[in-house]
Design a protein around this ligand. Structure first.
Ligand SMILES: [Zn+2]
Ligand SMILES: [Zn+2]
Length: 115
């Protein structure tokens, strides 16, 4: 149970996005919102997933000219948006395999397609 740090009222659950598991707690009195509690992930803001053993080339903002990238129908794991920019990256060390990356057109979340 959480209490509002501003006025001490008991916070109530306020589900923000139906498709994600993220929930927020909201104060019914002063509308203070406590975000990201009670989820499977820690409340810390993690930019992306941790790189695994294989070397993953992360495309930076400069390299990823997003406006020129094609978009594809893919569901963002973060916000549930159904459109994402898509590009392929050759992973070092892996034999001829390349990884498909997605970036949400809405929230900027980047993730990989596992095949
Ligand atoms: Zn309050
Ligand atoms: Zn998104």
């Amino acid at each position: 149970m959480e209490f509002c740090p501003k006025c001490g009222m008991r916070l109530v659950l306020s589900v923000k996005e139906k498709k994600s598991s993220r929930v927020s707690l909201k104060c019914p009195n002063c509308n203070y919102v406590l975000r990201g509690k009670k989820t499977s992930q820690p409340a810390l803001v993690k930019p992306t997933e941790k790189p695994s053993k294989e070397s993953i080339i992360i495309i930076g903002e400069k390299e990823a000219k997003l406006k020129t990238l094609p978009t594809q129908k893919a569901q963002c794991p973060k916000c549930g948006n159904m459109e994402a920019y898509v590009w392929m990256v050759q992973t070092r060390g892996a034999d001829e395999s390349s990884t498909q990356f997605f970036r949400c057109t809405k929230c900027g979340m980047t993730w990989r397609e596992y095949s």
